[in-house]
Design a protein. Structure first.
Length: 313
């Protein structure tokens, strides 16, 4: 008997005891799909002084690098992806900075352009919960009538003291408010929350509470990240002074399994450990072996005889 044969988790056809993004795209789009990160040249209200300056302590300093047109960025990444896997579709992912932070007419042009990229089956838009004004919501709903949209909102933590310490410049109450308005707007929009484990000063209980609080809001998807120390960030300064110590792998795996157990069983786990660009990653070194981390999560859930949502209430 393999781990796959004894897997009690319903949204899986492998040994995975959580709903992977791959399982989701095969179920919804008929095959594996690749996300293509794009930089549309937006800024962030947490960098330009509107909400804060300097940005979140883990975010690269400076604004968008704007690496060419959306189409150029997309085509370059699309052909790389197609050389690696047989793919059924692509998800243009407006990732860099805050992709709802512009006048509605600018957003409309960018969303229309991204949604029209060849092979696109869904559009993903990364943003902050405090950047969802009525005009923005109207544009998201409008484009979602042409192509399904996932709005990816950075939550990171539900502990306001941590949010302040990392210079997030919004509270959990503001997050809930923005999320509530996004849900109320309707359209063909799914919502993905991002949370980060290993934030400075956070205990295991804080991280688990963040997952429990997120679960209570019933997101369609979750991305669980490890805090990476990137060069040229305020966090890197703390790390180099010895003030910040990254999580160890075993601790991360154990916390992630606790969090998965608390999340809604049908929530898509779009990521379990983030990927950092090699040229800017300072620490921890173990996160470079992403497959090893994911394998350890599989082994730990199997060892516990557990799965995503086992303790969801
Ligand atoms: S992490 Fe996101 S919200 Fe924070 S400063 Fe960077 S772009 Fe802005």
């Amino acid at each position: 008997m393999s781990q796959k044969d004894v897997n009690p988790y319903p949204f899986s056809d492998t040994n995975k005891r959580y709903q992977t993004f791959d399982y989701y795209t095969r179920a919804v789009f008929g095959g594996k799909c690749a996300r293509i990160p794009l930089d549309a040249g937006f800024s962030c209200p947490n960098k330009d002084g509107t909400r804060g300056t300097g940005g979140c302590i883990f975010c690269l300093r400076g604004s968008s690098s704007n690496r060419g047109t959306l189409s150029e960025q997309y085509e370059e990444a699309r052909w790389v992806a197609l050389r690696k896997w047989p793919l059924s579709g692509f998800i243009p992912y407006l990732q860099a900075n805050t992709n709802t932070y512009a006048p509605p007419e600018v957003l409309r042009r960018v969303y229309e352009e991204a949604a029209a990229l060849p092979g696109a089956v869904m559009l993903a838009v990364a943003t902050r919960a405090d950047c969802l004004s009525p005009g923005v919501l109207e544009e998201l709903v409008r484009i979602s009538k042409k192509l399904p949209v996932t709005v990816e909102i950075g939550l990171q933590t539900t502990n306001d003291a941590t949010a302040e310490a990392i210079n997030r410049c919004h509270t959990f109450a503001e997050f809930r408010d923005g999320y509530g308005r996004l849900r109320a707007a309707g359209g063909n929009i799914s919502v993905c929350f991002h949370i980060i484990n290993g934030l400075p000063g956070e205990t295991r209980e804080d991280m688990i509470k963040t997952a429990r609080d997120a679960a209570a809001l019933r997101p369609d998807m979750m991305k669980i990240h490890l805090l990476h120390v990137l060069r040229d960030t305020p966090l890197a300064d703390s790390y180099e002074k010895g003030e910040y110590v990254p999580m160890e792998k075993d601790e991360y795996v154990s916390v992630v399994c606790d969090q998965l157990e608390l999340l809604p069983p049908d929530c898509v786990i779009a990521r379990l450990s983030g990927e950092a660009p090699e040229d800017v990653l300072l620490a921890p070194a173990w996160c470079r072996r992403k497959i090893a981390v994911m394998n350890d999560v599989d082994k730990e859930l199997f060892r516990r005889d557990s799965w995503q949502g086992k303790y969801y209430v």
